[in-house]
Ligand binder design. Structure first.
Ligand code: CAA
Length: 256
């Protein structure tokens, strides 16, 4: 299937989704977000294990669409935020692992998209930030919550209140991205991470994702109870016997 704002490349169970709306540096119009949601819904039914999300040329995503937002009233802004949240929450809760390969500008909604992904890496050319306060608004696609959960309230306040643009290396120091690469090595690095993940028990990886995502929203001891149950549930899957037998027999595990 072909999409107006996206190119989807499938390589076995590692998919790459390239956001391709160059005229506005990949800004997140309502039309683009609607397409994004359809793609996530469709591929969630397929045998994808890792989805790499990236942009084109100098932009990952330059934010929500300022031209579209300019004339919005309260209700329209609320609907727009709800749409962004719905799409990004689907990405966050996807039944596969998501890697944001940040090639260029990841500003406002662009950084918020990356924050909804499981793992973020960035090219040395990437520029990241939450510039919304310069536009008279606050982040509306998740940064006030996801950024503060990721790097702590103090740093998140600094990033959001200043509206400053961060270099990739600064974002790495803050823990927003896990790795910075040469621009031409970004996608290879994302694929390397993806291949490493899929060499493990995918059942275990997805259960670990669930434990982290659900647990972070709970009080600690409730979250630890959830971990107990999810840990035990691994023992109902063949991968646990395969993985442990392979360890004892000094063989390579043969995961399902
Ligand atoms: N929305 C709509 N259009 C955008 C856009 C955006 N977020 N970002 C860039 N564009 C458009 C520009 O208007 C321009 O269009 P025209 O050619 O038709 O004039 C085109 O993309 C190229 O942009 P520039 O000429 O500005 O390119 P540049 O290289 O000089 O600058 C940039 C690049 C620094 C990213 C600059 O475009 C910029 O600052 N963009 C806005 C970034 C921003 O503020 N993002 C946050 C949006 S608010 C938000 O995201 C709210 C939320 O949380 C929901």
């Amino acid at each position: 299937m072909s999409y107006k704002f996206f190119v989807l490349e499938k390589d076995n169970n590692i998919y790459r989704l390239i956001i391709n709306a160059p005229k506005s540096l990949n800004s997140l119009s309502t039309e683009l977000l609607n397409d994004f949601e359809k793609i996530i819904d469709e591929i969630s039914k397929e045998n994808v294990k890792v989805l790499i999300i990236t942009g084109i040329e100098k932009s990952f995503v330059a934010g929500a669409d300022i031209a579209e937002m300019k004339e919005m009233n309260y209700q329209q802004a609320l609907d727009y935020a709800k749409l962004g949240h719905r799409v990004f929450s689907k990405i966050e809760q996807a039944p596969f692992i998501t890697i944001a390969a940040i090639n260029g500008y990841a500003l406002g909604g662009g950084l918020e998209l990356a924050l909804a992904c499981d793992i973020r890496i960035a090219s040395k050319r990437a520029k990241l930030g939450q510039p919304e306060v310069s536009l008279g608004i606050i982040p509306g696609f998740g940064a006030t919550q996801r950024l503060s959960r990721l790097i702590g309230v103090s740093l998140a306040k600094y990033v959001i209140f200043s509206g400053d643009t961060l270099k990739a290396e600064e974002a790495e120091k803050m823990g927003i991205v896990v790795k910075v690469t040469e621009p031409e090595e970004l996608i290879d690095e994302a694929k390397k991470i993806a291949l490493n993940i899929i060499s493990k028990s995918f059942n275990a990886v997805i259960i670990a994702k669930k434990a982290i995502e659900q647990g972070i929203e709970m009080p600690k001891y409730e979250a630890l109870k959830t971990e107990e149950i999810l840990f035990a549930s691994c023992f109902t899957h063949n991968d646990q016997k395969n993985g442990m037998s392979a360890f004892i027999e000094r063989k390579k595990p043969n995961f399902e």
